[in-house]
Design a protein around this ligand. Sequence first.
Ligand SMILES: [Zn+2]
Length: 262
Amino acid sequence: MRVNTLKRVAVAFALALPGAAIASVVAAPAAYADGCYTWNRNLYQGRSGDDVRQLQIRVAGWAGSRDIVENDGRYGPKTAAAVKRFQQAYGLRADGIAGPQTYAKLYQLQDNDCTPAHFSYNELDNGCGGSGYSGGPLSAAQTKQNALRTMWKLEALRKSLGDKPLNVTSGFRSRACNNQVGGASDSQHLYGHAADVTSRTSSLCTVARDARNHGFSGIYGPGYPDHDDHVHVDSRRENNSDSSSNTTNWSAPDCGIGAGND
Ligand SMILES: [Zn+2]
């Protein structure tokens, strides 16, 4: 009885408040509501779920040397290590556990459309002026998901290179666009998995070398044919839709990055 009475009082109280205040009363248990995504529990090794998968998208760029973070929704050692590197990079307590401080940084970094602060869907859809992510082998929605992952890796690379602008000169390409620019027939650009980048503050070799630590499994740069004016980075190892095997492949001979897997 008493509980019911209190409940009625609370409802009456809420109804008496102006709109904004009601919203805050109703939403009281949630500490934060982000425009893109809000995590509601701490995550650490052993946990699984869509919230882990969302986290993995955002820390995929902190995979470490020649490694990747699987987007499988399972918080294993690689996810923990990536979270730890993310925390270190942003000056947080580095414990490999995703909690309030980690989420606060992610909320700060992500825009309402879930892209990281320094990259946008428009910028990644600029292979030939933009096509809304259509005209490739995958649906536009799948392609955008891949592009989102690419952007979070670029954000990590950018942070690692001193938080200075990285320019994307070619991102997603429709088949027509890829033909027009003479791209490889099964190019990762077709899938939203690739970006060609340049920098005004870091040499292309610095970009190419550093990219090896940020979840990219395909890297081509100076010394590789047609790659002397940009660095190509991609996620071919995670691409199960293309016709090549899921292996790491990089080459930038002028940077000491060999044709093998050096
Ligand atoms: Zn490229």
